[in-house]
Design a protein around this ligand. Sequence first.
Ligand code: DGJ
Length: 732
Amino acid sequence: MNIIVHEESKQFHLCNDYISYVMYVQPNGELGQLYFGKKIHDREDFSHLVNCCLMAVTPYYDESTFFSLEKNRQEYPSFGTGDFGTPAFKIIDQNGSGVSCFKYVTYSISSVKKKLPGLPATYADEGEALSLEIELKDDVNDMQLFLTYSIFKDYPVITRSARFVNGGAEEAVLDKALSLCLDLPDSDYEWIQFSGAWARERNVITKKLDKGITAVESRRGHSGANENPFVIIKRPNTDETNGEAMGFSLLYSGNFIMQAESDADGKLRILSGIHPDTFSWILKSGESFVTPESVITWSDKGLNGLSQTIHSLYNNHLVRGKWKNSERPILLNNWEATYMDFTEESILKIASKAKEAGAELFVLDDGWFGARDDDSKGLGDWVENPDKLPEGIKGLAEKVEAMGLKFGFWIEPEMVNPDSDLYRTHPDWAFSIPGRNRTLSRHQMVLDYSREEVVNYIHDMLYRILKDSKVSYIKWDMNRSITECFSRELSGREQGMVYHKYILGVYSLYERLMSEFPDILFESCASGGGRFDAGMLYYAPQAWCSDNTDGEDRIFIQYGTSYGYPISSMGAHVSAVPNQQTGRTVPITMRGDVAMFGAFGYELDLNHISEEEFKIVQSQIRFVKEHRKLLQYGTLYRLRSPFEADQAAWMVVSQDKKEAILAVYTMRAVINKLPGYLKLQGLDPDAEYKCNGKKYYGDELMQMGIPMNQECISGYCINNDGSSAAIVFKAE
Ligand code: DGJ
């Protein structure tokens, strides 16, 4: 890993064993992009890579250089001086002008990867990453811009963020401040986005990049189930195993945009950051603004290679504290078992059966506080309902702990029902605009987390419960998108700051609770997978994937999620059948075989299943306990996509390649057709793997594979009911 600065040619080359990232100071002083991709040799001067040809209509900087912003690839472009593509930022000066020109001043290199104040970011110990900060200045308004780039020693990854400092005497308005602009020389890529909706999150959608703009975005106030702040571009011939791909993740949980723009010259501009439509930040003299971090991942080993890098990066350099690289407790959550209709007695019955099955953690979901007997009331009143919990969370937690289970509970701290004591006391704490209709969703409103006093109040209520109860886990839910985003505390001119201040408020509450209760495992949730983003993983190392717990649908959801997020982060539970969302009956074996590739758990009353099924549950839990490290932290290979076939398959391989677990799922059995072979990946070709009493060499499993018909699959595994199989391979 190195950051090479060529002072003479004013060029910067960040490189490690995998990648190179080269940029330079252009003739007008702004920063330009020269190269990003597989590692290349360094040289004193890369300026031959500038590809510029001026035509009659091309705007140029001045007559002495004939340098053109339109033709050159930029690092962090402004608008209005010759680059007609989408700009990375926009500053409105006092005179109303939106034109900027940030010229190179100096740089600094550091072996410390600095934290981003109030924001999530990847971290690194000394020797694991190097950071380059480039300082630029606009001489007209005295604004400063600091662009920070970090390169990790062991990952084909670059992280970026930008910081604006208003060094002028006048106030300025930052109308747009993205985290990333990457200009690439050609557009011959396919774009993969992970779109969906509530209960069908993160479908894999691939399209050829064409001229113009391709984008995904959220204006919901949270990252959302509909789009995800993670996209991939790949060469058309790249598949799961071979070929070049780049991943772009934004470590942010609020409104975002991820965009690709292919221009007339065929250049491609990738942008990502806070959504400019709902953002406008007032920067007073002396104040600064830091953008969220953007993570660029590169792979020449296909999409599996790309995902494996991301998984390892997040597990080792994003998730913090006790739960970093820790096996996740097998939990039972009572939501689909009882909804809000429970008593302490009925809860303890469910917990006791969970313990008998081998679970390790019991989670009490929604309905334990205030007047919360249904979703129309009580949100915001974080005081136990004595009719349901006579001895409060403290008493219940003690009883559950006495059974030998850990205890956790559900909160939705950002919300309030109008029918609640909190709202009756502080109606101005919920977002709404004077004189306008307040839009409801699930009978609730969103608390104004841009206000410190609101965050403090909720903190104190939760702290009161947590400080003397035995709580090991918290599920932090968020069940509606933001509308009428207006803070009563801010002036009219400041309302463009509310969305971002809101998410900063959410992060600050997380940070506070995490430092006060460092052992608690947080699981984030937003009506299922509505806030499954990398920013959240900095605080909550796992996220509830979806409210759709149907065993078959979950294959699609978890498959799509796996492109950008590690298995350890995917909350995945076995629920009752017929499934409460889809009405489908999927065998308990298949429900287990899917959920075990995640932060595993159950979401049903185990008292209500047959004895035979209960035995299967016990054996599933034994299996997960035995193989948990491999299931949650093994190297993941996606082998067959449910989006493209009637069968799906993935596998995990241990770091030493001595152990692997293959999972095969048949969603639709096709009659009278040979289903072909499934080639395994990531094994040691020379190792002999034991599997169900037989032995196979790694090379034959990878070169020829396994015939995918049911009889053949049965030969490899002990449990195979025709719809799914989890097969263990173990080398001596
Ligand atoms: C939505 C979540 O996704 C569910 O799992 C459950 O916690 C409910 N909210 C509770 O209201």
